[in-house]
Design a protein around this ligand. Sequence first.
Ligand SMILES: [Zn+2]
Length: 215
Amino acid sequence: MKGSTHLAIGCAIGAAAAGYHSFELTDSVFYITSAAVSSLVPDLDGPSMLSSRISKVSKALYRSMITLAVLLSLLVAFLYLKYHLVRVELFVAALFSLFPALIVKEGFIRNALVSLIGIGLSCAGFTWGMLWVSGFGLFIAIAPWLKHRGLTHTVWALWIWYLLSRGMEMQLGVEGLALTAGAGYASHLLADTLTASGVKWLYPLTKFTFKLPFR
Ligand SMILES: [Zn+2]
C-alpha cells in the first residue's frame, strides 16, 4: 500500500482523536502528528516511505540537507570530544536535516541515515532523561534493517509502539495520545492486510499471512 494512503488514514485518525478529546490547537497538533507519523513508521523497513521519485530540485535540496547534516554532526561530535560541550540545538538541527533521507530509495546509505536519526534520538532521550524518546530512537534505528513487512508489521511492534507512546502521553500530559498513536500504527497494519501480499501479524511465532480470503 502506498505511503500517501497510509498517511491519509493516519491524519484522519489524528483529526478524529483531536475532535474527540480537545479543541485546543497544540493538542490537536500532537494528536494529528502522532497518528500520522505512527501510520508511516511500519514502512521504515521498506524501500521508501512516500515516493522514490525525487525531482531535480529536491535532489539538490536533498544533497545540501545531507551535507548540512553531516557537517553539523561532525561539529557536534567535535565540540563534545574536544570540549565536552553538548549543544542540543545543533544536535536537533542535525537530526532534522537528516529527514530527507526518509524519502530516498532503498539502499545502504538510506538505511544508515535513518539509523543515524534513530541513534541521535536515542542519545538525546538519554541526555534528557526521557526513556520513551530513547525507545522511539532505538525503534527507528533498527527498523530499516528488517525484512520488508517483517517484524515492524506485527502485534509485537504495535505493542512496543503503544508502550513508548504511553511514555510520550505521560510526559506531554495529552490524554489519549498513546491510543491515538497506537491506532495510527494499527491502521497501517490493517490497511496492508487488505493488500494481496497481506501481513504476518504474529511473525516470528507463525509465518501465517493474514489477508483478505478473496484475493
Ligand atoms: Zn507496510
